[in-house]
Structures are given as structure tokens and as C-alpha cells.
Design a protein around this ligand. Structure first.
Ligand code: FAD
Length: 383
């Protein structure tokens, strides 16, 4: 088959921030790329999440011209502690010799900045991948749009559809925790400090966002039901009780919730298919690894594909190289977040003491602290 018989070289399914990033990198290098999403263009406006973006993520987004300086709030230090136990540590930007440990940005601002850079006609919205057939020389995707079906032929289909459905090709650990999200006004200026407080219910994170905190309040599902049903005053009281007196809370936005689980796709590559972002791994949000990992998936897949800019992007050897290259970073990210969630989300006294000793050791041992901070800033490797 000649290239002219194909609709595109690379079909990216899912125009979340990770899929858009890949499409932008490939399009900038002249690869024919088509992006599709089942939602209407701009639907990300309703997303309630704020994301902590690593220093490395900022560098990559800046390279793509998709870094929205006004929308990112820098994190100068991170205070880590546990409720009802001793030990705490402070990770500061000076120690890591960076201007900021990371930046907090609303998902919708991040997505809007990427969307604004997409070439005209590169995104087909309200279009859902309904079926996929893989042949030796191309993939044929059946797309459903406005109750009609059409097919798109591509050399490579990249899955960036976000969290995968349960199935044999995905390992699952259900944390039995839900994240309740809100934007909360503190009683005093936050000074660009982020807080990670571990409680037996799950981690509670405060991320500086503009003048407010983006709050990720992790609790078992029944407690999330109760938090969602409260009026604002009762919610602020519950938040204050869980967090303690170090920060006072004055007002809150409406709340949203997400169930939390670890989902890991066993294979990142198959004939003429590759997986990136949450479609490859969906992690617990503690320590803000998910999008940052997804961004590195997009970057590394693009690097592998563009190493031979005119070659077949669906070539099996090439896709296997991508999958191999991601093993360390994604395995490390998953083990890091999973280990933190499981070690900290309980009230078993010996573990509480061990955690306190761990936090104390982190506080007293700069290399260990720098290792943890480095993972949050750059992932398993530098960029
Ligand atoms: C509460 C919470 C807090 C978080 N905090 C952080 C943080 O601080 N830092 C961080 O790095 N990460 C964080 N994350 C993780 C982060 O949100 C995700 O890793 C990131 O959004 C993944 O982006 P994505 O593009 O892979 O997927 P998504 O953002 O899920 O986008 C997937 C897109 O695919 C489309 N789609 C799905 N199925 C189809 C289909 N069949 N056909 C066509 N289109 C389809 C969807 O409409 C959607 O637009 C957090 C997550 C949660 C839940």
C-alpha cells in the first residue's frame, strides 16, 4: 500500500493533555498525525483537577510553546508529615537548585494551552474509536461520529484514551480511597508552600494555586459520600480537623470526587499499537506523578518515531524499543506511589513509628531527601 492510500501516519486516540502533547511533537516534525476525541472540543473546561507539574514538564511544554506562565503557581517548598505520629520533613527549592520544585496548574488551563497550539484540522472531536483491525501494513480504525461510522487507516494507532477499562491486559489494585477535590481559600497567604499530610484515611494534599489551595482530600468511599453531602461550613470543619492547625481554611469552592486505583497495562506496544499516559498507567495522585509520567511517555515515543522520520512508525522493533525504554520510569513511578499509599494509609502503631522514623531519616539525611525530591521533579531519570 502506498502512503497516499492512508488517511494518516499516526492516529492518536484521546485528546487529553498527553495525546495532545504527542500530536504536537509529531506535527511539528512534519509527521502526518490525526487526533480524535469522543468529547466536544473544549470539554476540558469542566475538569475540576489541578495538577502539580514537575520542573521537567515545564521545560518540555515550554519547548512546545504550550507553557502558560500566568496559569502556573510555583511550589517553593513541600512540607511532609503524618497525622497522629512524629516525624516531618521539608523539601526546599534551594536544596535542589531549581527556581521551583514544581508548578500547580488547572487541568483545563494546561489542556487549553496545548489545544491552542494544535495545527488546524488535526483534531476530530465528538469521534469515538469503536473498533480496530490490525493488518500487516496498516491499522483500520472504525470511528463513530454523530451516529455515523467511517474508517481511518493509519500506520500506527496510539492509545491515549485515559484510564483503561478492567481486563486481562491491565493489572488492578483498588485502593478503596476516593479523592475529594476543592479549591480552598486559606486564612493567610500560602507562601508557595505545598503540604502533604498522611492520615490513616489516605493522604491529604494542599497545593498552592493562585491565592488558594487546590485540596486533594483522600478518604474511604463512605467518608467521601459524607464529605460530598456536607455544606461548605461543615466541609471546612472536616478539612480543618483532618489537616490540623498549621493552616486555617476560610472558604471553599464546590467539590468533585474521583475513585482511586492503580491500573497498569501489561504491554505498552503491540503490532501497530502503542499506549501512553493514563491509558498506559493510572496511578494514585499522591506525589503528583501521573501526568508527568504520561508526558515522558509521549516524549519518548516521539523520540523513537522521529529517529527515522520517514520510516514506518508502526514498525514492531521501533515500538518495542519504546516499551523497553519506559520500563524503569513507569515501574519506578508506580512502585513509588503505591509504596507511599500502602505504607501510610493505616493506623497500625508499629507502622506509625516506622513512618515517623522514615520521615525523621529523610529530614536528617539530605541525599535521601534529594532522592525523593528528584523523583518528584524529574522522574526516574533526567530529561
Ligand atoms: C484527583 C487527581 C489528581 C491528580 N493530580 C495530579 C498531579 O498533581 N500531577 C500529575 O502529574 N498528575 C495528576 N493526576 C493524574 C493526571 O490527571 C493524569 O495522569 C492525566 O490527566 C492523564 O492524561 P491523559 O491525556 O493520559 O488522559 P485523560 O486526561 O484522561 O484524557 C483522555 C482523553 O481521551 C478521550 N477518550 C477516551 N476514550 C476515547 C475513545 N474511545 N475514543 C476517543 N476519545 C476517547 C477522553 O475524552 C479524554 O479527552 C491526578 C489525577 C487525579 C484523578
Amino acid at each position: 500500500m502506498t502512503d497516499a492510500a492512508l488517511d494518516t501516519d499516526v492516529l492518536v486516540v484521546g485528546a487529553g493533555p498527553v495525546g495532545m502533547t504527542l500530536a504536537l511533537i509529531l506535527a511539528a516534525a512534519g509527521r502526518r498525525t490525526l487526533l480524535l476525541d469522543r468529547r466536544s472540543r473544549g470539554a476540558h473546561r469542566d475538569d475540576p483537577r489541578a495538577l502539580a507539574l514537575a520542573h521537567g514538564a515545564r521545560q518540555l511544554l515550554t519547548t512546545l510553546g504550550a507553557w502558560n506562565t500566568d496559569a502556573g503557581t510555583p511550589i517553593h517548598d513541600i512540607h511532609v508529615s503524618q497525622r497522629g505520629g512524629f516525624g516531618r520533613t521539608l523539601i526546599a527549592r534551594e536544596e535542589m537548585a531549581v527556581a521551583a520544585l514544581g508548578y500547580v496548574m488547572r487541568y483545563r488551563d494546561l489542556a487549553a494551552a496545548l489545544d491552542a497550539r494544535l495545527p488546524a484540522d488535526s483534531l476530530l472531536d465528538r469521534a469515538e474509536l469503536a473498533a480496530l483491525r490490525i493488518d500487516a501494513d496498516a491499522a483500520t480504525a472504525t470511528i463513530r461520529r454523530d451516529d455515523a461510522e467511517r474508517t481511518i487507516r493509519a500506520r500506527l494507532v496510539v492509545h491515549a484514551e485515559g484510564t483503561p477499562a478492567d481486563g486481562a491486559d491491565v493489572t488492578l489494585r483498588d485502593y478503596r480511597q476516593h479523592a475529594v477535590l476543592a479549591e480552598v481559600r486559606p486564612g493567610a497567604a500560602h507562601g508557595h508552600r505545598a503540604w502533604e499530610r498522611f492520615t490513616p484515611d489516605g493522604p491529604l494534599a494542599l497545593l498552592p494555586l493562585g491565592d488558594d489551595y487546590s485540596v486533594v482530600f483522600t478518604v474511604p468511599p463512605e467518608k467521601a459520600d459524607a464529605l460530598m453531602a456536607m455544606d461548605d461550613a461543615a466541609f471546612l470543619t472536616a478539612l480543618q480537623a483532618q489537616f490540623g492547625p498549621r493552616v486555617a481554611f476560610a472558604a471553599t469552592s464546590p467539590r468533585a470526587r474521583y475513585p482511586l486505583a492503580l491500573r497498569l497495562r501489561r504491554q505498552l506496544a503491540a503490532p501497530r499499537e502503542a499506549w501512553i499516559g493514563n491509558a498506559a498507567q493510572t496511578l494514585h495522585p499522591v506525589s503528583g506523578q501521573g501526568f508527568n509520567l504520561g508526558l515522558r511517555d509521549a516524549w519518548e515515543l516521539a523520540e523513537v518515531l522521529l529517529a527515522d522520520p520517514t520510516g514506518d512508525p508502526g514498525d514492531a522493533v521501533r515500538l518495542e524499543r519504546y516499551a523497553r525504554g519506559r520500563r524503569l520510569d513507569r515501574g519506578g513511578g508506580a512502585a513509588f506511589t503505591d509504596g507511599i499509599v500502602r505504607a501510610f494509609s493505616n493506623d497500625f502503631p508499629p507502622l506509625r513509628i516506622a513512618r515517623g522514623l522514615g520521615l525523621l531519616a529523610l529530614d536528617l539525611c539530605p541525599p535521601a531527601r534529594r532522592f525523593v525530591a528528584g523523583r518528584m521533579i524529574w522522574g526516574a531519570r533526567g530529561w
